[in-house]
Design a protein around this ligand. Sequence first.
Ligand code: ZN
Ligand code: ZN
Length: 162
Amino acid sequence: MMLRLIYYCKFVAIYDMIAIMSEAIEQLEIALKAHGFSMTKPRQVVFSALQNEEPQTMHELVARCPQTDRASIYRTVALFEQLGIVQRLQIGWKYKLELTGDFIHHHHHLSCLHCGKVIALPKDDDLEKRLHALAAAQKFEPQDHQLEIRGLCYNCQLSRLQ
Ligand SMILES: [Zn+2]
Ligand SMILES: [Zn+2]
């Protein structure tokens, strides 16, 4: 009985994930159409490679789209940035790419200064409210924000001790 329940939950979780992913593809199509662009194979491939992944470098993204030529990937990312579909996370002097808050849930990051690993933090409504209150106190109307905590990930802390 317990086992069946676990399987059921897993099934529901996968089903939810597929639903969210196909919903996002529809959203992408709407965003493209709104600016006079249509859905193309490279656009769909690049978007899918960015979904449900940690922020990635251009190099990693290219590796995730082996069927698509490099130039189309670069063009697609440039278009996505222009349309607010993709954003750059500046990490030191490098950057990583991720979908914007319209396409994934808003979250903050931990970024490791040693190995470059980026970890997404879980949603924190209290923190969001607090950040908005701080902006409002300056009569500022916030539209979005990025928050990055830099430091050492657990693995890098361990290897430092060795
Ligand atoms: Zn690390
Ligand atoms: Zn936030």
